[in-house]
Design a protein around this ligand. Structure first.
Ligand code: GLN
Length: 548
């Protein structure tokens, strides 16, 4: 079958769930037995989001081959249950880096390098490459930003040209817009959508379907009006009300006929029809939990949950496995520094310290670790969360009161976490961390080995610092086991406490591999331990009252 292309653009405003819509379309296609590749085109000028603050960009999602990418790739992986690679994200920064490199090497000697055709060709080649990687039935391409953004223009021009490159019958354009609600008159307005489509058409793209996001029910008359003004078939104006659970998105879009329209318009061969029954059962279980599971996530960016998007989702998946609805208390580690851990953690049943960089708030994280260790509360440390677990143990169990990571105190007398050897010569900041999949061998009989059920695992990394082996023996004698090591035994990937219900720290990011129907084993066991605390009634006073 010829590979078909579906392009998803956004209109009116950003943050309306375009990425979720693209991911949901991917799931709808997969439920019909089709193979799907996904790409995100990001028009910003950074080469990748790895150098951006979470305040700018939210979470940096790491692929198995070590690319630092947009968080939408996390949605794609979770919804479609695929693993993505460098073929799934391109930025304007990458496009221009390639082109200017070619220009310096003389590839375009004698010519003038222009947005059209040179910039658009690089983008087009990137999209066309997706056909050759595993010959997917469908390539889904989401364009970042909103129609009308200056830097988005070459990307929109490139997807317009794709219609010629792969054939009109093989392309489909979906535009996701917002219908604002005017409270005074109680109406949804279509004008911004009309303007956005007009803008798109000025570039030469006529949308084949419009997904209308709204916080209110969308009456039929509004659908008809949009169909009329935007020249889209009435059944291709898809209402999409804000959902309480994003995992319902594929079900809603399917019910609104998106799957049927795509099959019809792209002439897709789907002999077995659609089967979303397992997905539906999963969302029903999510809607009917046996109770809440209060978990505290202690981090520097706790006021910005997008910074820890995959951690949040992994906790949801793991809680669902135990028929619980996770209720996350986002705790700013600096608040713990100011008020002490009791003020912020006394209602929680488990503590997670996620990844992070820089010294701000680290002492509060170390206090949270101590609280979990002393109160026998389940703890899961992710990357930085593992490193602070080691620092806390060295300080408060071994008595090395000045122990630290050289990231936070270069002069520390006990650098229990230190810069990796091959990072010492690194000067550039972008793309130079230890990134992507590396194998890890698990200690027989350890908590980690029991959780995974296999002797060796591959997990995704993003760090420069590591456990200092000079302290491995003494920390072991103090009850901290290095239960996961690189195959050559030199790099500590997992630590765990032997005398604790569940206290595990990992140098990698297991959150990236969690799926709603298949929680990550470490998150699953962490949630199991927290559920156990709840049953034992060890922690009083539910529901929680702080940190909202
Ligand atoms: N800042 C630490 C390091 O670079 C931890 C990184 C992380 O948590 N992703 O090693």
């Amino acid at each position: 079958m010829t590979t078909k292309y579906i392009f998803v653009t956004g209109g009116v405003v950003s943050s309306i769930g375009k990425g979720i819509c693209a991911a949901a379309i991917g799931r709808i296609l997969k439920s019909r037995g089709l193979t799907v590749a996904v790409q995100k085109l990001d028009p910003y000028l950074n080469v990748d989001p790895g150098t951006m603050s979470p305040y700018q960009h939210g979470e940096v999602f790491v692929t198995r081959d070590g690319c630092e990418t947009d968080l939408d790739l996390g949605h794609y992986e979770r919804f479609i249950d695929i693993e993505l690679t460098h073929n799934s994200n391109i930025t304007a920064g990458q496009v221009y880096t390639q082109l200017l490199g070619e220009e310096r090497r003389g590839v375009h000697l004698g010519g003038t390098i222009q947005t059209v055709p040179h910039v658009t060709n690089v983008i087009k080649e990137f999209m066309l490459r997706a056909q050759h990687e595993g010959s997917p039935d469908v390539v889904l391409v989401e364009v970042g930003g909103t129609v009308g953004d200056i830097e988005g223009q070459p990307f929109l021009e490139a997807i317009r040209q794709m219609r010629m490159a792969v054939g009109r019958r093989n392309t489909f354009y979906v535009h996701v817009t917002l219908l604002p609600y005017i409270g005074a008159t109680g109406e949804l307005k279509t004008k911004p959508t009309q303007h956005s489509v007009k803008e798109l058409r000025a570039i030469g793209i006529q949308p084949d379907a419009i997904i209308c996001r709204s916080d209110h029910p969308i009456p039929h008359s509004i659908k008809e009006k949009i169909a009329l003004f935007c020249d889209v078939a009435p059944d291709a104006v898809i209402p999409m009300e804000t959902l309480s659970n994003i995992y319902q998105a594929p079900l809603v879009l399917e019910q609104e006929g998106v799957g049927e329209i795509l099959v019809r318009e792209l002439n897709l061969a789907t002999p077995n029809g659609s089967d979303l029954s397992r997905w539906e059962a999963m969302t029903e279980r999510m809607a009917n939990p046996h109770g809440p599971l209060p978990i505290a996530v202690v981090g520097k960016y706790a006021d910005l949950p997008d910074a820890y998007l995959s951690v949040r989702e992994a906790l949801r998946h793991a809680s669902l496995f135990h028929d619980r609805d996770v209720s996350i208390d986002w705790v700013r580690s600096e608040d713990i520094e100011r008020d002490g851990p009791d003020a912020w953690l006394s209602h929680t049943l488990g503590i997670v310290v996620p990844g992070g960089f820089g010294s701000r708030g680290v002492e509060g994280m170390i206090q949270a670790v101590r609280y979990a260790r002393e109160r026998q509360l389940p703890y899961l440390g992710l990357c930085l969360g593992m490193q602070v677990m080691v620092i806390e143990h060295a300080r408060n169990v071994l008595g090395l009161t000045g122990a630290n990571s050289t990231e936070f105190d270069p002069e520390t007398p006990d650098p229990v976490i230190d810069l990796m050897l091959d990072q010492r010569s690194v000067n550039d900041m972008g793309g130079t961390m230890r990134l992507g999949n590396y194998p890890c061998v698990l200690a027989h009989g350890s908590r980690a080995a029991k959780a995974y059920g296999t002797p060796e695992v591959n997990e995704r990394h993003r760090h420069r610092f590591e456990f200092n082996n000079a302290y491995r023996e003494t920390l072991y004698e103090a009850g901290m086991l290095a239960s996961g090591l690189s195959p050559d035994g030199t790099l500590v990937e997992i630590v765990e406490l032997e005398k604790h219900p569940f206290m595990v720290g990992v140098q990698f990011h297991p959150e990236f591999r969690s799926r709603p129907e298949q929680p990550h084993p470490l998150f699953r066991e962490f949630a199991a331990a927290a559920t156990h605390v709840m049953r034992e009634g060890a922690q009083p006073e539910l529901p929680m009252g702080n940190g909202a």
